[in-house]
Design a binder for this molecule. Structure first.
Ligand SMILES: Cc1ncsc1CCOP(=O)(O)O
Ligand SMILES: C=C1C=NC(C(F)(F)F)=NC1=N
Length: 219
C-alpha cells in the first residue's frame, strides 16, 4: 500500500485532471498551471496517442509538469510509463488492464500511489488484491479523447461497488463535463477524472473552479 491513507486518497481523487501535450492546442504547461490554480486535487501525466511526445521531449515535459505540481502541492501521477515514474520519483502511477500486471507494478514502485483502470467487479477485486490504492471506472459517458475506450457504462459499476460495500477509493472517467459530473459523485465515486473539459476549455482556470464547485456539491 501507499504512504497515503485511504482517506487521503479519497480526498485527492476529488477533481483529477489528466492530460498530455496532444490534449490541448495551447501550451500544456500553461493549461496545467491554470488548472492547478483552479483547484485540481491530483494530476496525471498521460502522454499517449496521436502526436504524443517520446524520449527526451516527453521526459522534459513530464519534469516541467511535475515541478508545477510540486509548487502547488498536488500529487503528480504518471500514466503507463513506470520507468518514467521511477526516474522522476513521481508520486504514483496509473495502469490499465492491458499494462503490466498490478502485482508486478506494486513491487516496482514500492509505496507510491497505484491506480488501476477496471471495467468489472472481478477486475476491481483483482486490483484490490494486488494492492491498488484507487480504481478508475469508465468511460462513464461517451468520449472521443480515448480512441480505444471500452463501451460506455454509465454509473452502474460505481453503484455496484457501493452495493457490494467495496471500500477502495473510486474515480469516474470519460466524457465528464460541468453538466454531468455531479451524478457520478452522488452515485458514490470519490471524484471525477477529466481531460478535455479542462484541457480544451477557453479558460482552464475558470472551468476548473466551476468543476470544483460542482463536485463539492456547491453548484
Ligand atoms: C483516459 C480515459 N479512460 C477512459 S475514458 C478516457 C478519456 C477521458 O477523456 P475526456 O475527459 O476528455 O472524456
Ligand atoms: C485510462 C484511465 C482510466 N482511469 C484513470 C484515472 F482516472 F486516473 F483513474 N486514468 C486513466 N488513464
Amino acid at each position: 500500500m501507499t504512504t497515503y491513507t485511504r482517506e487521503r486518497i479519497k480526498e485527492l481523487l476529488k477533481l483529477y485532471f489528466i492530460m498530455g501535450s496532444n490534449n490541448s492546442s495551447i501550451a500544456p504547461d500553461y493549461v496545467l498551471e491554470e488548472a492547478l490554480k483552479g483547484g485540481i486535487s491530483v494530476f496525471q501525466f498521460r502522454e499517449k496517442g496521436k502526436g504524443a511526445l517520446e524520449g527526451k521531449a516527453k521526459f522534459q515535459l513530464a519534469k516541467r509538469m511535475q515541478k508545477l505540481c510540486n509548487h502547488y502541492n498536488v500529487p503528480f501521477i504518471v500514466n503507463d510509463d513506470i520507468e518514467l515514474a521511477i526516474a522522476l520519483d513521481a508520486d504514483g502511477v496509473h495502469i490499465g488492464q492491458e499494462d503490466e500486471k498490478a502485482i508486478k507494478v506494486r513491487e516496482w514502485i514500492g509505496n507510491k500511489v497505484l491506480g488501476v483502470s477496471a471495467h468489472s467487479i472481478q477486475e476491481i477485486k483483482l486490483a484490490m488484491e494486488a494492492g491498488a490504492d484507487y480504481i478508475g471506472i469508465g468511460p462513464i459517458y461517451p468520449t472521443s479523447t480515448k480512441k480505444d475506450a471500452k463501451s460506455v457504462q454509465g454509473i452502474s459499476l460505481i453503484e455496484k461497488v457501493k452495493e457490494q460495500n467495496l471500500t477502495i477509493p473510486i474515480v469516474g472517467i470519460g466524457g465528464i463535463t460541468i453538466d454531468n459530473a455531479f451524478p457520478i459523485i452522488k452515485a458514490g465515486a470519490d471524484g471525477v477524472a477529466i481531460i478535455s473539459e479542462i484541457s480544451m476549455a477557453e479558460n482552464p482556470y475558470e472551468q476548473t473552479k466551476r468543476l470544483k464547485k460542482v463536485v463539492l456539491g456547491q453548484e
